[in-house]
Design a protein around this ligand. Structure first.
Ligand code: GDP
Ligand code: ZN
Length: 458
């Protein structure tokens, strides 16, 4: 296959100040060599070595940036092609200039995900790993990046493979009974299969239960700050963004996220919704009506409702309290540095078991309590899936749900006294769905082959 050489900025997360340009393809070394100035040429370089030098303008030979160039020759690379990585020390502008230089001497700008696609096509990674890398590119917090990385390292793949092996063993047991009905008592086999299926079902469900957490880590908890004018919404926004370092993936050329919108509260990513219309508008309920405000708020996973500690409850507060009634919300009585006018007992009565926090954003009190309330609502730190593996991809979730359904049908079938060869079909389906998670498209007849061998050997 005749492939071209591609290049893109692929800055690693959290490494501000260093940007990496990755070049992959048959000509990557000779291309970078044309604009590299160092002690030796890159053509002479051994594989997996790092070289100090300069990237120079292809025509003027002016130095663009001081760099470290890493040479990795096929096949021991991410894409299984020759890969050159240029680590630049400069800021964004020199990086762009280095990229332009690379492109001007023969590389093509990579499409989003194209390195990963090549890794997959060249058999370097399986499908779920490829998707994990795509998630990594899009992930917005450290934690999400770690989940994506774990998956990238094949943890999900390993777990799914284990599950498939268990199904395979169970299928083998079934096959013996189906092919040699006299060999084993049908009833006993049924009970054995049921027991194994319930174990498998439990594991699939555990994986699925983590899916929600995975999604939250990846996308952030959509959070809306609401309240009457002047209660301190902007102040809260500022406090949250200042106290909690905003962490974003900033890969030029890919989707750029607005830094201010993501804050990390004790490892829990909050995506502060652009609630123009909720946050900024003077009287949103008045303006767009209760029903539409409710709809606007429903995009949020979490509502932070501010009340004024120094004023009695107002009509508009009551309407907002009513709006958030069915939602996950934390109520904040702000301005506790001023004399109390708000009836906290009444607020408690109105909000039921929703947390109520008193703060002074001015004097920076109550903020720790607020963060604790957020953390305990989402108890993310504590939630650990089996082996710490999270399922965070919609396609995986979908396939796992299909597998769960098939295994449930196995159990139901046995309970209903269905013939075992019918049960076997559902079991095979579950195996197939899990196979799709890791992109393992094994033909149906291959399964049959495995079992015919197994049965012959018995
Ligand atoms: P918003 O209209 O809801 O966004 O409210 P702002 O955040 O703009 O705050 C309105 C005013 O209240 C500003 O002058 C803030 O400095 C002040 N403010 C905010 N929080 C507190 C607080 O805890 N105590 C006091 N005394 N003033 C506060
Ligand atoms: Zn340097």
């Amino acid at each position: 296959m005749d492939t071209d050489t591609i290049a893109a900025i692929s800055t690693a997360m959290g490494e501000a100040g260093i940007s990496i340009i990755r070049v992959s393809g048959p000509k990557s070394i000779s291309i970078v060599d044309q604009i590299y100035q160092g002690k030796h040429t890159l053509q002479e370089a051994l594989t997996h070595t790092v070289h100090y030098g300069y990237i120079v303008h292809p025509e003027t030979k002016e130095r663009i940036d001081e760099v470290l160039v890493t040479i990795m020759k096929a096949p021991r690379t991410f894409t299984r092609e020759d890969v050159v990585e240029i680590s630049c020390h400069g800021g964004l502008i020199p990086v762009q200039e280095v990229l332009e230089a690379v492109l001007s001497v023969g590389a093509r700008l990579a499409e989003p995900g194209e390195f990963t696609k090549r890794a997959f096509l060249n058999g370097r990674i399986d499908l779920s790993q490829a998707e994990a890398v795509m998630d990594l590119i899009r992930s917005k917090t450290d934690r999400a990046a770690k989940i994506a990385l774990q998956q990238h390292e094949g943890r999900l793949s390993r777990l799914v493979s284990q599950l498939r092996n268990e199904i395979l063993e169970t299928l083998a047991h079934l096959a013996v009974n189906v092919d040699y009905p006299e060999y084993d008592a049908e009833e006993l086999t049924g009970q054995f299969i049921k027991k194994r299926s319930l174990e498998i079902l439990r594991k699939v469900e555990e994986l699925l239960q983590t899916a929600r957490q995975g999604k939250i880590y990846r996308e952030g908890i959509a959070t809306a700050i609401v309240g009457r004018p002047n209660v301190g919404k902007s102040s809260l926004m500022n406090t949250l963004t200042q106290e909690n370092k905003a962490i974003v993936t900033d890969i030029p050329g890919t989707t750029r996220d607005v830094i201010e919108e993501y804050v990390n509260v004790r490892g829990i990513p909050l995506r502060l919704l652009d609630t123009a219309g909720i946050r900024e508008t003077e009287d949103v309920v008045e303006r767009i009506g209760v029903e539409r405000s409710r709809q606007a708020l429903q995009q949020a996973d979490l509502i932070l409702l501010l009340l004024n500690y120094a004023e009695p409850l107002q009509q508009e507060d009551l309407r907002l309290l009513q709006l958030i009634e069915p939602m996950t919300a934390i109520v904040i009585a702000n301005k506790m540095d001023l004399p109390q006018q708000l009836d906290l007992d009444e607020v408690h009565r109105l909000i039921g078991d929703k947390p109520l926090i008193t703060t002074s954003l001015k004097e920076e009190t109550g903020i720790i309590q607020l963060e604790e309330a957020v953390a305990s609502l989402f108890k993310m730190g504590q939630v650990q899936a089996m082996d710490g593996t999270y399922v965070s991809n919609a396609r995986h979730i979908h396939l796992l749900e299909k597998a769960r359904k098939s295994i449930t049908e196995v159990v139901d079938g046995i309970d209903a006294g269905m013939p075992l060869d019918m049960v076997e079909i559902d079991m095979k389906n579950a195996w197939q769905y899990l196979g799709e998670v890791i992109g393992d498209a094994v033909a149906e007849d291959l399964i049959d082959q495995i079992f015919s061998q197994f049965c012959l050997g018995k």
